[in-house]
Design a protein around this ligand. Structure first.
Ligand code: GSH
Length: 221
């Protein structure tokens, strides 16, 4: 029997991108779940697969891969019938690659805000200056996304891996940035959440447990 497909995963973490694409492809993986801060994330079970102890890592087709963009691209190339990739020579290739990379420009800002607002433990305290700067920078990436959306999705020809990479960030961004200024982004996020693949992945996740508040203000000095 073929080895199962196994996703190393933190619910509603970046590994959601992979879970979402697998669901779009009709594949339900076996899942090993972790929590941010778990010792298990720094132990060989995970670090043998993902050297910095980060999720996602995916075991598939007899190999393991880490980094969400690499995994999505691998899935696009190994399962091309779904049409989620844009191959070299495709007229949308450059925009596609830009969106895959830009997703992590945005996600790294969210990660800093998560660290400051959610994960620091006393006596460590969030830095108001760092939070303010990262919140402004996150807002700037949302402004860029507002201009990048073409039609229903990021690419004129339709839904792609770029939407799963970049679109996933919109789960977290509204906890830190007021979204009223970004109508196209809000409509795009609503559209993404209606996709059966997204809904199937969200049903596997259950309710998010990262954010205890509806909105996190920049702390005062
Ligand atoms: N660029 C990587 C980032 C992976 C990453 O940092 N994942 C976070 C969760 S969203 C993580 O594993 N954090 C664990 C930690 O910081 O200890 C990717 O896209 O896969």
């Amino acid at each position: 029997m073929a080895n199962p497909i196994r996703l190393h995963h933190v619910p509603w973490g970046r590994s959601f991108r992979v879970l979402w694409m697998l669901q779009e492809m009709g594949i339900t993986p076996e899942i090993t779940r972790y929590k941010i801060g778990d010792k298990a994330m720094r132990q060989p079970g995970l670090t043998d697969l993902s050297p910095a102890g980060r999720i996602p890592a995916l075991e598939i087709d007899g190999i393991t891969i880490f980094e969400s963009a690499a995994i999505l691209q691998y899935l696009c190339e190994s399962r091309p019938d779904h049409g989620f990739g844009r191959a070299p020579g495709d007229g949308e290739r450059v925009c596609y690659l830009e969106a895959l990379g830009f997703a992590e420009t945005m996600a790294s800002l969210i990660e800093q805000l998560n660290l400051n607002h959610l994960f620091l433990r006393p006596p460590a305290r969030p830095s108001a200056a760092v939070v303010k700067l990262n919140t402004l920078r996150l807002g700037a990436t949302l402004g860029a996304l507002e201009r990048m959306i073409r039609g229903d999705y990021l690419l004129p020809s339709g839904f792609s891996a770029a939407d799963m990479m970049l679109g996933f960030n919109l789960f977290a961004a509204p906890f830190y940035v007021r979204m009223d200024a970004f109508p196209a982004v809000n409509a795009y996020w609503a559209r993404l959440q209606k996709r059966p693949g997204f809904q199937a992945a969200a049903a596997i996740e259950g309710p998010q447990e990262f954010y205890a508040k509806d909105f996190y203000e920049v702390p005062s000095e």
